[in-house]
Each structure stands twice: as C-alpha cells, then as structure tokens.
Design a protein around this ligand. Structure first.
Ligand SMILES: Nc1nc2c(ncn2[C@@H]2O[C@H](COP(=O)(O)OP(=O)(O)OP(=O)(O)O)[C@@H](O)[C@H]2O)c(=O)[nH]1
Ligand SMILES: [Mg+2]
Length: 397
C-alpha cells in the first residue's frame, strides 16, 4: 500500500492531488487541520494535512502475478515451442532416419535384386554349361553309336541316308524300354512310312525321269485293271518324243484290246480324255523328262492340266542314287503328284532307298514294280511288308 501525506489549503486541493498522484483507487485515511511549521508557524495560516493511501501491493501482486503468469505463459509457450521444436527436430530426425532407413532398404533391395540377377545369371550360365555337357555326352554317344553301335551299322547296311539313320536312332530312344531294339526299330519305321489306298478309277497320270519304267508300269496297270479286275480301261500317251515309245504302248493296248490314243498337242489332250469318258480308268503315259529341265516340266504340266486328273503318281526307281532322289522329287513337285510308285525293286538287294524316297517326297507309296513282266510284276505293299523289306526280313527274289 502506498501512503502519502498532503498538506493542502483546502480538501478540494487534496483530493485533486491524491487523484492525480495515487489514482482513483486511493482513499483518504486521515485529515487534520494544523499550522504551518517553522519560525512563523504560530502566526501562519491554518492548513489541512491529508493522508491518503492506495492498495499498491495488491496491484503490484496482481501485476507480479500477471507477470509471473505472463512469464509462466511465456515459459509454457517457450517450453511448448521448445517441445515443438524438439519434436520437429525429432520428427525431422525421424524423417531423416526413416529416409535413411528407406534408402538403406532400397540399397539392400537393389543389392539383393542385383544378387538375384547375378545368381540368375549364374544359374543360366550353369544351365547352359550343363546343356553343353549334355550335348557333348549326346554327341559322344552319337559318335560312339556311329562308330560302333550295332543299330547304326545295321541301318547303314540297309542303305538308309545318314540323316534318316539319325532320325531313326533318336526316335528309337523315345520308345519304351519294354521293347527290344528290333521292336523299337520296327515301330519307328512303321511310323515313318505311309502307303496309300490307291484310287483305281478316273484319270491316272504317271510322271517321272527317263527309263524308270513309266510305260511298263502303265501296261502293267492296264493289264491289272482290264484283265484281272475286268474294268474298262483307256490308254493315252503324250510321249511322241522317243522313237518307238508309241509302238511300245500300242502293242500292249492291242494285246489287251483296249482303246489307245496318242496326244500330240495340249489341245488334243482334253478331247482324248473326253473320248474315253466311258472308261472306268484312263491311264496317261508321259514323256520321261529330266527333273532339272524346268521348261520340259512346265510343258508337261500344260498337258497334265488338261487331263483334270487328281491322281498323279511320280515314278522313281529304287536304284536311284541317294544324291539324285532330292532333285527328282523336288523337280517334279510343281506338278503336284500325290503318290509315289517305286520301280525296279528286283534290281536291288537293299531296300533302304524306299524310305529315302518316301521321306524326301513326303507322299505315300501307291505301287511297287518288281520286274519287267507285264502285267504281273506290280503290287501294292502294306507298311509292315515295306518294313520287312527295308530291314531284310523279306526280299524281292
Ligand atoms: N528290272 C526291272 N526293269 C524294269 C522295271 N520296270 C521297267 N523296267 C524296264 O526298264 C526299262 C525302261 O522302262 P520303260 O517303261 O520304257 O521306262 P519309261 O519310264 O517309260 O522310260 P521313258 O519313256 O524313256 O521315259 C525297260 O527295259 C523295262 O523293261 C522293273 O520293275 N524291274
Ligand atoms: Mg516310256
């Protein structure tokens, strides 16, 4: 509390001063009239001594309290701020830590992935190495097969082409172990050969290289159909190129008493076929051409097209060299033959060429010719019979 004395002349003057100095909360504690002290005090004018007080302590307390509260508040704020700052910092640290962790885990993942890739690479390399080793083993096995295996030697004795021998051996490896080598071989050969159910009607055309036996085969077929099967047969030849070719077939036609026509031009072919429409079978003989002569093959094609035949047989001798088989079957392929006739089986002791020819032509076998005799030396064979021939179980005597 602030207590202050005022010596004033009037109370109004005291109140004004008190209000001014102590504020409106100040209270007048006491007042008394008195003479001014000093030398002239006894005779001096009377004055009023006013004592006033004001609750300063409370105010200051309040202020202090306020200050403390303010301080407290500010401390609190500061603390909060610090706390926040710390938290932010910690958060930041955590973020940094988290970031670091994420980075570390990414690093780890990359490293792990890299290791996986590395190990995959290693695995692939190992698989490749193993494959190479296996191939080497297989190769050495093949080499040993080639060099000494009985099956390889046998197949070579059959006169089979090298690539066909390899195919047979690899296919045999896939067969069940319950079967012995002979059974395996037979099974594989049967699967590699196909024979056709020959369509013995309509127009049948024979094509093929020179001297393979086309004309003889035509005569044999004519005899088979006309004499044995009692079919009506017509003969047509376009072979006016070779001297004596027409006479050769005409002789057979006369003996068998069947109609015979010689076609000189492409135009004549259609009318010749039409003239024999009443025949069950029309056999067409063609000029022997080299499969390498594309012009001759195209000319032949023009004749064949006019027959409208869908029954074309490529005639090829089983004595044909392996190296020539490919060029013959490929050279004639443009004519779209759908069957193969193999001739002169009687002229050989090994029959591997049957498979060599059929594998190259990729067409089924219709007939085999087994000698010069007309009409007897022609026959069809089943797959089993062919396999028996190839494997030497049977032979053409
Ligand atoms: N050993 C034997 N000889 C055959 C066979 N087929 C035909 N020949 C003979 O082979 C020779 C030629 O027969 P062709 O029928 O004239 O042959 P081609 O294919 O008509 O000949 P080109 O008309 O000149 O192309 C003849 O001597 C036939 O007797 C057969 O299966 N075995
Ligand atoms: Mg001929």
């Amino acid at each position: 509390m602030i207590i202050k004395k005022y010596v004033v002349s009037t109370m109004n003057e005291a109140v004004t001063k008190i209000r001014h100095e102590l504020g409106k909360d100040a209270v007048i504690i006491s007042q008394r009239k008195m003479r001014k002290k000093g030398f002239t005090g006894l005779f001096s004018k009377k004055v009023i001594e006013v004592t006033a007080a004001v609750e300063e302590i409370n105010k200051s307390k309040k202020n202090t309290k306020n200050r403390v509260e303010v301080k407290k508040d500010s401390v609190k704020d500061s603390l909060e701020a610090i706390k926040k700052a710390v938290e932010i910092q910690r958060d930041n640290k955590e973020v940094v830590l988290q970031q670091k962790n994420v980075e570390e885990s990414i690093d780890k993942n990359i490293k792990r992935d890299f290791n996986i890739i590395k190990s995959e690479d290693n695995l692939l390399r190992e698989i490749k190495d193993m494959k190479n080793i296996l191939n080497d083993i297989m190769d050495s096995k093949n080499v040993s097969l080639k060099n000494g295996s009985p099956i390889y030697k046998t197949l070579r004795d059959y006169d089979l082409k090298e690539e066909i021998i390899e195919e047979i051996i690899s296919r045999m490896k896939l067969e069940s172990d319950d079967l012995d080598e002979k059974e395996k071989l037979k099974k594989v050969l049967v699967s590699m050969i196909s024979v056709t159910e020959t369509k013995e009607q309509g127009v049948i055309v024979l094509i093929g290289p020179t001297g393979v036996g086309k004309t003889t085969t035509i005569a044999k077929l004519a005899g088979k159909f006309a004499l044995i099967e009692k079919k009506t047969v017509g003969l047509i030849t376009v072979d006016t190129y070779r001297i004596g070719a027409v006479e050769q077939l005409k002789t057979y036609a006369d003996i068998m008493d069947i109609p015979f026509k010689v076609v000189f031009s492409i135009k004549d072919m259609e009318s010749a076929v039409e003239a024999m429409q009443n025949c069950d079978v029309i056999l067409v003989d063609t000029t022997g051409r080299s499969s390498k002569n594309k012009m001759q093959i195209s000319e032949l094609r023009a004749f064949i097209d006019k027959t409208h035949s869908e029954n074309l047989h490529l005639v090829i001798s089983c004595t044909t060299k392996n190296s020539d088989i490919k060029s013959i079957v490929e050279g004639y392929r443009v004519l779209n033959y759908n069957n193969v006739i193999i001739t002169k089986l009687d002229e050989t002791t090994t029959y591997g060429s049957i498979l060599n020819i059929l594998k190259e032509a990729k067409k089924p076998l219709s007939y085999v010719s087994i000698g010069q005799n007309v009409p007897d030396d022609i026959t069809t064979l089943t797959t089993e019979e062919l396999v028996n021939l190839i494997t030497g179980v049977e032979s053409i005597c």
